[in-house]
Design a protein around this ligand. Sequence first.
Ligand code: S5P
Length: 496
Amino acid sequence: MYGTILLTGKMSSTSSNTDSKMNSLILELERIGAVKFGEFTLKSGLTSPVYFDLRILVSFPKLLEEVAALLLEKVTRRDCVLCGVPYTALPIATLMSVKADLGMVVRRKEAKSYGTKKMVEGVWTEGQNCVIVEDVVTTGGSVIETANLLRKLGLTVTECIVLLDREQGAVDNLTKAGISVITLISVSKVLEVLLGAGRISSSTVEAVNSFVLNNQTQGLGADTSSVIKTRFETRLDTMKNAEKKQESTESDLNLVSTRLMEIMLRKRTNLCVAVDLTSAQDILELVEKIGSSVAVVKLHADIVNDWTEQTEVELKKLADKFGFLLFEDRKLADIGNTVRLQALKFSSWAQLVTVHALPGPGVLQAVRDLQKSGPAGLGVLLVAEMSSAGNLISSSYTQETVNLGEKNKNVVVGFIAQSRVSQDNDLIQLTPGVHLSQDGDETDQRYVSPADAVLKRGADLIIVGRGITGAEDPAEEAERYKKAGWNAYLERTGQV
Ligand code: S5P
């Protein structure tokens, strides 16, 4: 495994020397409290049995200098500038830069609101190499984010030097993003050294090992934008954690949105197709063609002439085969009791349903009750705005709808909206009225392009109906929309 240093066999004096330096560095880090064992809540919401706080290194200048020297040994090129990921790696990179007489660039976390508004300070030439320095990597997300920014500004980023790798997938993720990683210390090395020195027990080693194993982050669309990854992974981690603690039914999160995020990342798609056909056979044939391109298939079961239980069985089979969610666009808007009875009609096969907030919180309670008693996993999409010309939704109604959604995340997955109505990252926005070549239909529908829906209106998923179902080759068209939607999503989140 990457980063593990073998202690057996013959070693050259240099490697044994490096090894002993590394061992004493680990012991020192533990002594000053930069490595801690216990129960720690991470940024992601996960509870970790180990915590690395390298920020405190600045209070131990000799150790800081030692770290910088060891990291510098790993930088083989001299035709580069250095960039420390803010903030912890900044002083480390500074010392390295001074020691090796290498220039440095400094990345700002927030753009200045005055003056030059630069995100990166320093001087470099177009195409010049930049080696990134980071203290700890888990997913590698911050490094990728920094690399993307530097690359946009004309620097070439292919290497990253890391003090500590938590061994949870960062190396894989970074490699896939075109960045090779050299790490000084791995978690396994920390455990080995501290166990050997009697600083920790074997049960601590076991706890950390199993945490590392169970919280791997690679494979979740490593080449997607780190921002999407961070947002979704945080959610997925929190979810996993809640599940572990058997809190899922009582938690304030819902499984459907987690499932949806997982599907989007795995299939790299933010496409929901509205299959508004009136024959069950036509629906099944169409879904078979587009299944591999979509995250969600949206239906209006009540417009289908020959809908039967067999249709539901077949749809579920297709959903399992291709991995997508089924969405019944019923727009429930009645008193709780009626809504519960209505939802019972499709909760055996649908995972998503549209709801109008109009009747008040009882409408959500009805779906929540259903989750507890019946088949779990029906998530609500609240209709916050509509695409139709002259619709009667006012801005205050939209705001009230959003408030209701934000307070009920255990049942609300997100919103149907035409603009970014909520800043809550747990809630997902689906935007209908999307077409690549039309401005509207012959009645009241108004269309925007996939890029505009995502970039200008803030959609996480685009809902496309006749743009795909009416095409000569729906499979090919679905792929076209999928690419347009996902590329726009990467662009938007990359800019955040
Ligand atoms: O505001 C809305 C909300 C929805 S759910 N406007 C919409 O068009 N929809 C649905 O999205 C509508 O019921 C239809 O199923 C789909 C749009 O289909 P298209 O053929 O116009 O793309």
